[in-house]
Design a protein around this ligand. Sequence first.
Ligand code: AVJ
Length: 316
Amino acid sequence: MDAKVGSLIENNNEFYDDVIDGLSKKQKSLPCKYFYDQVGSELFEEICQLDEYYVTRSELELIDTIKSELAQLIGSNAVIIEPGAGAGIKIQKLLATLDTPSTYVPIDISRDFLNYSGEIIKQKFPNIDVFPVAADFTQSFKWLDYTVQSNRVVFFPGSTIGNFDPAQAESFLSNVGEIIGSKGAIIIGVDLVKPIAQLEAAYNDQKGITAEFNKNILVRINNELNGNFDLDLFEHDAFFNVEKSRIEMHLKSKEDQSVIINEQQIDFKESERIHTENSYKYSIDSFVELAQRAGLKRAKSWVDSNNRVSMHYLVN
Ligand code: AVJ
């Protein structure tokens, strides 16, 4: 393993181009990956603690239930790769259960957050090599160069796959499938379809943390790209689109207005929305079918005791 891994830094001008691109479309949109600067990552951690947001709690419970089984399936000397690593609580449960010291490669777009949680893992698991990679895992597989060829296990919990539309999810899974090789696996957490009221409550919390998280993307544009969004003139709007089986998050303009982003003017009509996130919900069967289209086989699937979230062990 090479020591220079430390941090791979992605080009930051992309943020500006992506923002102008997205806001110039007929249906305005912004990529949800830009939620996650330091503040956004902290807001997301707060979301995970909310009563309404069951995803994290249910998955933590599920991981506790199945971790020994996972460790057995993983076997020895695996390189555990975690795209979108975040705070790293779930991986700690898994690493603590593996009996052979191995390598952990967390990948996250928020570099500060990544380094912070990387340090915590290093302290708690002195026998495990930790190689944090700051990168957008959807764009770059550069981190691959730093891991061994075989027995790669990609750990992808949290229903992050739900941010991709099904076609993107399929191509992401098939790319990852190529990376893991014949001995590897993908452990993936997927939120399940459930009654609409429960889904919508999870994205419309009483405390308004999800609204703040959603608006953080405008805060970032203001701070980093010299924008002048008035946060009070946009409203958080989240609902379940039944036909597409996804939660959609939008920021809705309260009135006709113009915003300037570094000399570029963007006009909004009253009630015009910026689409900021999709969060797809699957059944066990619809997800296994998706994995199959990506060329992967399901070794095993699990659900938590309340039937809210699922986890799948996929192999080639
Ligand atoms: C991190 C993508 C799984 O879709 O539930 C939480 C992000 N957005 N509340 C999700 C999110 C609003 C979350 N994922």
